[in-house]
Design a protein around this ligand. Structure first.
Ligand code: FAD
Ligand code: PHB
Length: 392
């Protein structure tokens, strides 16, 4: 027998959970199918930086209580190059707007708790296999749960199933825009207090390094590494010595501590169009990926869900499909702005090894120096970093 709902959501990451939460606030029912267990999605360590508009959304929709207590608001960040550190006063450059450090898994935990408390349905360990009937009025998700093949019939399907999900493949006539970078990031989480109150983006001849954090007792650090590297090649000692070589400056040194998580992430810029097919809408990483340098992925995933929730609310309120037909067109300007920023931020700080690497190095240093000397250049960076309210 098949189950029925208004909106079938595949994936309980930030995109799927925010969508389900916003729909609930508009009186629209949804069912989330998630292939992993609740424990797994609540512990998966990924993003950590929220734009102001995402923080405002979480607080104004009632899922920001713990965030207000525990998150760390950052009013500045640091650039480091040629052995010197420079603080950039975000708050002065973008009055009233800052960035907030709060782990993606904490956002996910808060949203899961809110959905379940409100009687929402999240089926964990239920893996979407295919989506069908997208061009009709009753699209269907076929999924497996406890070894059984089941069906979920809906008015609409939201493909929030990340980069490796099944939904993107169901979109016909697709065009993909893609750039793969010739390096990766090794990320660690360490049980040690952050060595600096704010983030440090370091351009170094040995490669990029980033000092960030999760809590006053947990430091998150990233290192540029070769794409072919495996985590096993990076002993804790090697990681700390490489991070210190790239981040230490006279009078300041990185504090180390037990490493509790270690992982390598490839770097890719990717946009899949169209972001919809009939009654299937792709949101978040299922439609687009940015390199993590600009911290835009989760923010963009949530931005798509805000647009989709609004369009679905309009559909159920007035019967008009017009905002739904415009869904992709409404999302793409922000997607491309984030793509540009993430690509630019990545090329500004990483070490390249191509034939023109030395040329690129000079461009990087020139641009970083220019930003320090030019308030308009710095303001342009800052407004993209904290997130634009409106993108045209
Ligand atoms: P996901 O979080 O990938 O969620 C998709 C969900 O769908 C998953 O739970 C998956 O298990 C589930 N799923 C997949 N297939 C199926 C299926 N067939 N059936 C059912 N369920 C399925 N972004 C930022 O904004 N700020 C940052 O600071 C930042 N830092 C990052 C650092 C690193 C190292 C990495 C790797 C990423 C970072 N990102 C950052 C990016 C961010 O983590 C992603 O963009 C974000 O997770 C996208 O959310 P999503 O909901 O679209 O997809
Ligand atoms: C993170 O905290 O994981 C993070 C922060 C800022 C970035 C990228 C990642 O630019």
């Amino acid at each position: 027998m098949s189950e029925r709902t208004q909106v079938a959501i595949i994936g309980a990451g930030p995109a799927g959970l925010v969508l389900s939460h916003l729909l609930h606030l508009q009186g629209i029912e949804s069912v989330i199918l998630e292939s992993r267990s609740r424990d797994y999605v609540e512990k998966r360590i990924r993003a950590g930086m929220l734009e102001q508009r995402v923080v405002d959304l979480l607080i104004s929709t009632g899922v920001g209580e713990r965030l207000k207590r525990e998150a760390m608001v950052h009013t500045g960040l640091n650039f480091q190059f040629e052995g010197e550190r420079h603080r950039i006063p975000l708050e002065e450059l973008t009055p009233g707007r800052n960035v907030t450090i709060y782990g993606q898994q904490e956002v996910v935990k808060d949203l899961i708790a809110a959905r379940l408390a409100a009687g929402g349905v999240i089926r964990f360990e239920a893996a979407g296999q295919s989506v069908q009937g997208l061009d009709g009025l009753r699209p269907v998700v076929r999924y497996t749960e406890s070894g059984e093949l089941k069906e979920l019939v809906a008015d609409h399907i939201a493909g929030c199933d990340g980069f490796h999900g099944v939904c993107r493949g169901a979109v016909a006539n697709s065009k993909v825009y893609e750039k793969v970078y010739p390096f990766a990031w090794l990320g660690i989480l360490a049980q040690v207090a952050p060595s600096c109150e704010e983030l440090i983006y370091a351009r170094h001849e040995r490669g990029f390094a980033l000092h960030t954090m999760r809590t006053p007792k947990l430091t998150r650090l990233y290192l540029q590494c070769p794409v072919e590297d495996r985590v096993e090649q990076w002993s804790d000692d090697r990681i700390w010595s490489e991070l210190s070589a790239r981040l230490n400056i006279p009078g300041w040194s990185l504090k180390d501590g037990p490493i509790v998580d270690k992982g390598i992430t490839e770097m890719r810029s990717f946009v899949h169009t169209p972001m919809q097919q009939g009654r299937l809408y792709l949101a978040g990483d299922s439609a687009h990926i940015v390199p993590p340098t600009g911290a835009k992925g989760m923010n963009l995933a949530i931005a798509d869900s805000m647009v989709l929730a609004q369009a679905l609310a309009e559909y159920y309120k007035s019967g008009s499909s017009e905002p739904l037909l415009r869904y992709a067109a409404d999302c793409l300007p922000r997607v491309w702005r984030a793509q540009h920023f993430s690509w630019w931020w990545t090329t500004l700080f990483h070490r390249f090894e191509d034939a023109d690497a030395q040329f690129q190095e000079q461009l990087q240093v020139s641009q970083l120096r220019y930003m320090l000397a030019s308030r308009p250049a710095l303001t342009s960076m800052a407004e993209n970093y904290v997130g634009l309210d409106r993108v045209v």
